[in-house]
Design a protein around this ligand. Structure first.
Ligand SMILES: Cc1ncc(COP(=O)(O)O)c(C=O)c1O
Length: 382
């Protein structure tokens, strides 16, 4: 990026520049699917999801969109409308019709007390099949947008049969399958793209966050015929595909590829899960630990038996961890999941230091070291 600054910062509007062509070629090559692709570069995960949805609506000329409960897709108007993690009051303030929320499988708290992940996947799949057959016709849906691992929902990892079933249903009804990899992409889950864990190929892949390596770069990569149906002027933004930022993105993508960071995430993630499972054995408040690669969650509960979420204890744990020098967040549909997503380049030593702080913090909170008053300082985590 430093070298590029001496050439030009950005040129927008009527001409392409070399960096954007190079990034597009790279993304076409590394994303799943051997069909003819196109790429649209944007500025944030949210605007890329907007582009993907817009293209699917224009391509199919159908009115409806399917999304999932507790999903998060961004803060554009369409992003808010399709994000199941926003309250219905907020979503309804944007009176877009035709967005339907399907239930995303939660194998830890599966409905009907189902314990087996495959059975859980099957259960939710059959509900979705019925929905498209009996409630709202599958043929009226332009797109189904899904996170291949739900992040803000609390690291929910859908069973393989569920994801394969979703691909089958979307094909059957001619819906565009939009794979939101903004959080899971670029190696985070131990594969370059999380959808690869299920051996399915989506129609559009949406990328953001790590794609830019710290710069504001997002992308939709996928079926040429779908993306061409939204003419360029409908997804143009003056600073999108910002040349200097795109140079940063190319460097980041190459770094991920050349240093096999997906494999590294897989390797460190297996160690992390083992370590987190030790915490689960030891502490009653650790109800479940979940993870794929370096996308990890610790579900804090009042009791292992009831699995009742304990958001206050989770908040106290991250408060204590912060006092000890480790920044963590909570997320999840009940706000009780410790979010662990270290950089894929983290050293083994730093990772272990992090786990030691997490364990100390859990112990301190159980001992009552952290007072209730701290909760009021954590408004941002609500
Ligand atoms: C799965 C997912 N999609 C979309 C977004 C929105 O991305 P951005 O904040 O860059 O608009 C996020 C951000 O957290 C996300 O996790």
């Amino acid at each position: 990026m430093k070298e590029h600054l001496d050439k030009f910062i950005h040129y927008c509007l009527y001409l392409y520049h070399e960096p954007v062509a190079e990034l597009a070629e790279l993304l076409v090559r590394i994303t799943p699917g051997n069909y003819e692709k196109k790429v649209v570069i944007g500025l944030s995960g949210g605007d890329a999801n907007d582009t993907a949805l817009k293209a699917a609506l224009m391509f199919t000329r159908r009115p409806n969109i399917a999304s999932f409960t507790y999903s998060y897709h961004g803060t554009t108007a369409l992003g808010v409308a399709v994000s199941g993690s926003f309250s219905p009051e907020l979503r309804n303030a944007i009176p877009l019709h035709g967005v339907y929320f399907l239930e995303y499988p939660d194998t830890y708290r599966c409905a009907e007390g189902i314990e087996d992940p495959d059975e859980c996947g099957e259960y939710y799949l059959s509900k979705i099949e019925k929905f498209f057959r009996r409630n709202v016709a599958g043929e009226s849906f332009a797109a189904l947008i899904i996170e291949p691992v739900q992040g803000d929902g609390g690291v929910l990892i859908p069973p393989e049969n569920f994801m394969r079933g979703i691909r089958k249903i979307t094909k059957e009804y001619g819906m565009i399958l939009i794979d939101d990899e903004v959080q899971t992409g670029m190696g985070r889950t131990g594969k370059l793209f999380a959808i690869e864990h299920y051996n399915i190929v989506p129609d559009l892949v949406v990328l953001g966050k790590a794609l830019g390596g710290g710069m504001p770069v997002s992308a939709v990569v996928g079926r040429k015929d779908v993306l061409e149906s939204a003419p360029p002027q409908t997804f143009f933004a003056t600073s999108a595909a910002h040349a200097t930022s795109v140079v940063g993105s190319i460097a980041a993508v190459k770094y991920v590829l050349e240093n096999n960071l997906a494999d590294r995430a897989q390797y460190l993630g297996s160690y992390a899960l083992r370590r987190l499972n030790e915490l689960k054995e030891k502490y009653e408040v650790v109800g479940d630990v979940r993870g794929v690669g370096l996308m990890l969650g610790v579900d804090i509960v009042k009791s292992k038996k009831t699995k009742e979420p304990d958001r206050i204890t989770a908040l106290k744990i991250i408060w204590r961890a912060w006092e000890k020098g480790l920044v963590m967040m909570t997320y999840g549909k009940y706000g009780n999941v410790l979010r662990i997503a270290p950089p894929l380049t983290i050293s083994e030593e730093d990772l272990e230091n992090g786990f030691e702080i997490i364990e100390d913090s859990i112990r301190d909170v159980i001992r009552g070291v952290v007072p209730d008053e701290v909760i009021k300082y954590m408004a941002a985590w609500e």
